[in-house]
Design a protein around this ligand. Structure first.
Ligand code: GLU
Length: 310
């Protein structure tokens, strides 16, 4: 029997959505519905400092306002990252058992310096910080006496290739890209671990999101493999930019609060569909009407300037 398509919305409720998020949500929904899939809404409210329940509520309202529905998920707490710590603990311990986790006391500045590209003439550049090289006894001594550390994944010196449905093969040597944080010093699990565990445990097999996260796909794919799962298919989409090709403040500041006061839902959906190349002109469209018109072939790979339609 063929596995059913399971897609997801995975917003972080750290603010209102903006046009770029809405485009990602629209395309994720269209791809899922065009494939007869099941859509889930996972709230990525891991960080208690940056996220707020009011934003989660506003995001769910905005999705409904746009005509984007989901079959399972928020507000059921089982689909909110803040309520899934037990599952992250379990995965973290499984990785620890495999020797893939180590504590790190470096400051942010030290981490960045270690991750920098090698200087000309510098041979055998080691992208790892010194915490990766501690002896077991030094580590035990520091764990007993020092402040709480962050916990990092010990990545393999191995190229992980992810076939992206829109950008083609994306390959990266994980060790060269650098060990990454699984759990912060304050105990909060990091994005890479939570997303990988959730995509795996929620049966998500299609991930559609902005290309700013393409470089995370090899790490997530590797983590899922180490945890005994099968990585999802990834398809990344271009970002919205200002006329100058940079991510503009103006684009970023167009939150749904502003957008909802300026446009009817169908006007905004039509505008996004036009920007993505799904329809030939900027005309009102219901999300459901776009399902038969959806195709990745129409969507550009270059980032999309939004200036002309604002
Ligand atoms: N929560 C992330 C965001 O809003 C998206 C995570 C993902 O799609 O993997 O940027």
């Amino acid at each position: 029997m063929e596995t059913r398509y399971v897609g997801r919305f995975a917003p972080s409720p750290s603010g209102y959505l903006h046009m770029g998020n809405l485009l990602a949500m629209l395309l994720a929904w269209l791809d899922c519905r065009a494939n007869g899939g099941r859509m889930v809404l996972r709230m990525e409210d891991l960080d208690p400092v940056r996220t707020r329940p009011e934003y989660a509520q506003a995001i769910a309202d905005d999705l409904r306002w746009m005509g984007l529905d989901w079959d399972e998920g928020y507000p059921d707490p089982a689909w909110c990252q803040s309520r899934r710590t037990d599952l992250y603990d379990e995965a973290f311990h499984a990785l620890e058992e495999k020797g893939l986790v180590y504590p790190c006391w470096c400051s942010r500045a030290q981490r960045l310096a270690a991750a920098n590209a090698p200087h000309p003439g510098e041979k055998d550049h080691d992208p790892r910080c010194r915490c990766a090289h501690m002896t077991d006894s030094a580590r035990a001594e520091r764990l007993a006496n020092d402040r709480p550390p962050a916990w990092k994944a010990r990545t393999p010196d191995e190229v992980v290739s992810v076939p992206d449905g829109h950008y083609g093969l994306f390959a990266e040597n994980l060790a060269q890209a650098g060990d990454f944080i699984l759990r912060r010093a304050d105990g909060v699990y990091a994005y890479q671990l939570a997303v990988s565990v959730d995509d795996m445990r929620m049966g998500v097999n299609h991930v559609i999101r902005g290309r700013d996260l393409l470089s995370s796909a090899p790490r997530q794919s590797w983590l899922i493999g180490e945890l005994g799962g099968t990585p999802p298919a990834y398809c990344h989409l271009p970002l919205l930019t200002g006329g100058d090709g940079k991510l503009s403040k103006r684009v970023g500041s167009q939150s749904t609060e502003t957008l909802r006061s300026r446009y009817e839902p169908e006007e905004l959906v039509g505008k996004l569909a036009y920007l993505a190349g799904l329809i030939p002109q900027d005309a009102p469209m219901a999300a459901a009407e776009l399902v038969p018109l959806f195709s990745w072939e129409k969507i550009p790979r270059e980032d999309i300037p939004v200036g002309q339609v604002e």
